[in-house]
Design a protein around this ligand. Sequence first.
Ligand code: ADP
Ligand code: MG
Length: 348
Amino acid sequence: ALPTIAGRIRLLSERTINRIAAGEVVERPASAVKELVENSVDAGATRIDVVLKDGGRGLIQVSDDGCGMDADEISLAVERHATSKLKDEDLVNIASLGFRGEALASIGAVARLAVVSRPKGADEGWAVRVEAGHKHGVEPAAHSGGTRIEVRDLFYATPARLKFMKTARTEYAQAGDVLKRLAMAHPNIAFTLSDGDRTTFRAPPVGDLAGDARLERLAAILGREFHDNAIEIDAEREGLRLTGFAGLPTYSRGNAQHQYLFVNGRPVKDRLLVGAVRGAYQDYLARDRHPVLALFLDVPSEFVDVNVHPAKAEVRFKDAGLVRGLIVSALRHALMGAGHRASTTVAG
Ligand code: ADP
Ligand code: MG
């Protein structure tokens, strides 16, 4: 017979529940960076600065000039299921990047977290600290305005997860990728990433969301060559809108890691979207070649469910066929047009 490993049934403690939940939200430094930077975006920041030491294991610091929090808010912010964003408890109209109220509590459960904030116009700032799920009282703190979050010793409270950390270099690169995706979606916000000694990524603000501003931001991240080899996409069907820039087939890559896809401003890794892109390019590219592109799909909030995945990287659409059709036809149309232009240029 199998040995009995189970003990008596009992409810888990709040701290243990939080640690378990944290594992889904914060998988590695890059996921903490994603959550913190999304919070800064939701707070209306115009600049967001990220510092990562030792690949984020030593320190993750995210500073913004957003709306800030007062003493009561800062104390609630680190509690689980505390959010200022979910106006609609039916989970239909989700306009913000966050809504689950899980991120700060999760990070606080597995690391040493400090939140320092001062709302616009307030004459004092506040700080709250959480260590491995243990919250210290709110204290007054000097701060110029906005919010600064510091995460130290990520996963020190969950040694099992700590073992899965890759090298500092790999974690730093992953976090940089997350930041780049968010920077693509928000060209009006200035971003920097630094390793504590030097700034390794800088995206200056480029103003409004007009096509050119977006292309400027994409060029700042993907390079001038992308800028010179991309065609603009702008198509609409039944209330769904697809915009962005798609690389010419001649500017393809050997892997599919250069496809940046967004749904309602949210970076996603979605099979349906990736499949539609592949379908659109299949007549233009060899099987082992992949396009470089950044596509932004905007749909009415009742058309998409973003509450599928703890990290919100996957979404579900009400009508997958409509989404696929829009992407395939918009890309094909643009590629065909580009083909004509290219041959005219050669001929002329
Ligand atoms: P969510 O983003 O899902 O609401 P979080 O745990 O990420 O949950 O954040 C909890 C709350 O803390 C937010 O709803 C917001 O009110 C506040 N908050 C977090 N980060 C910031 C920030 N950078 N600026 C202002 N408020 C913030
Ligand atoms: Mg959040």
